[in-house]
Design a binder for this molecule. Structure first.
Ligand SMILES: [Zn+2]
Length: 289
């Protein structure tokens, strides 16, 4: 067994579009004014396994997939802003990275704002959880829409390139990650560990790794880091859209305990504007062409 996190990776946080919601949707008791919810993407460079992404954020495919009724309701409820310079392919290109250079994409869950760019990466292998994938394919067209799942965004050969986290070996997490105890070894070398974060969706793939510091990418298990600091969960209305409110609360409580612990990793919620402002925009990963 490989010791966890012996291999360090490089990590940059990218913003690939944003939508707006009232603050109180993300933080119970928060203001009614609309705030930005950036779609954050992790760009990771592993010394042997190359370039990887955690989610893809929005893309122009999202506009195409939400053109017709009833899918257009999605775009009406969450109007999306994606300036050309924020498109993921453009940001990668500015670093000398081609879509075909991306080896692996970790999919937190299949909500459209996390997977809208998958079709652009024809070579990449995907890693996601089986629990989430199985559920989102089962529902009818309206059921899928209610789950923020747009089948049109999926690459035709998704199944051939997709590996389920649950099938990968389970390993113990170091004590510093308590109360999280176990994870799946996503690459087989202890560098990238997958932690299930259920509740928001049927399941969610959180990814833990060491870059300059320990990092934990948590998808939508919490929307704003202030929620963990102030113990504020999202609005009741948001819970109506969650897969399982009790599971969400249990995951949230574990993340809060971890965040308050002495050796807490950098916890990155996928839509947190504060985290983006404090940690986004670095350029550690760059290729010469
Ligand atoms: Zn989501």
């Amino acid at each position: 067994m490989h010791p966890p996190f012996a291999i360090r990776v490089k990590f940059d946080l990218l913003k690939v579009g944003h939508c707006q919601h009232p603050e109180c949707a993300a933080l119970r008791g928060g203001g009614r004014r609309a705030i930005d919810f950036p779609a954050l993407v992790g760009l990771i460079e592993h010394p042997q396994r190359g370039l990887m992404l955690y989610d893809t954020g929005y893309s122009r495919h999202f506009n195409e997939a939400t053109r017709r009724f009833p899918e257009c309701l999605y775009r009406m409820i969450t109007p999306v802003t994606l300036p050309p310079e924020e498109e993921l392919l453009a940001q990668l290109e500015s670093r000398g990275i081609r879509a075909s250079d991306i080896e692996t994409i970790f999919i937190s869950h299949f909500h459209a704002d996390h997977v809208a760019g998958l079709r652009d990466f024809r070579r990449a292998k995907f890693i996601a959880t089986r629990a989430e994938r199985a559920l989102c394919e089962k529902k009818g067209r309206l059921g899928r829409l209610r789950r923020a799942y747009l089948r049109e965004l999926m690459p035709e050969d998704l199944e051939q390139r997709l590996q389920y986290a649950e099938t990968l070996p389970q390993v113990p997490l170091p004590d510093a990650w308590r109360p999280f105890e176990a994870a799946h070894d996503l690459l087989g070398d202890g560098s990238m560990l997958g932690v299930d974060l259920p509740g928001h969706a049927a399941s969610q793939l959180g990814v833990a790794f060491h870059a300059d510091e320990p990092v934990f990418l948590i998808g939508d298990a919490c929307w704003k880091i202030e929620g963990l600091i102030r113990d504020k969960t999202p609005s009741r209305l948001a819970y109506a859209l969650f897969d399982n409110g009790a599971a969400y609360d249990a995951t949230f409580a574990k993340l809060r305990a971890l965040h308050l612990s002495a050796a807490a990793p950098l916890i990155i919620p996928s839509h947190c504007l504060t985290t983006w402002r404090e940690r986004g925009g670095s350029r550690r990963i760059q290729r010469d062409r």
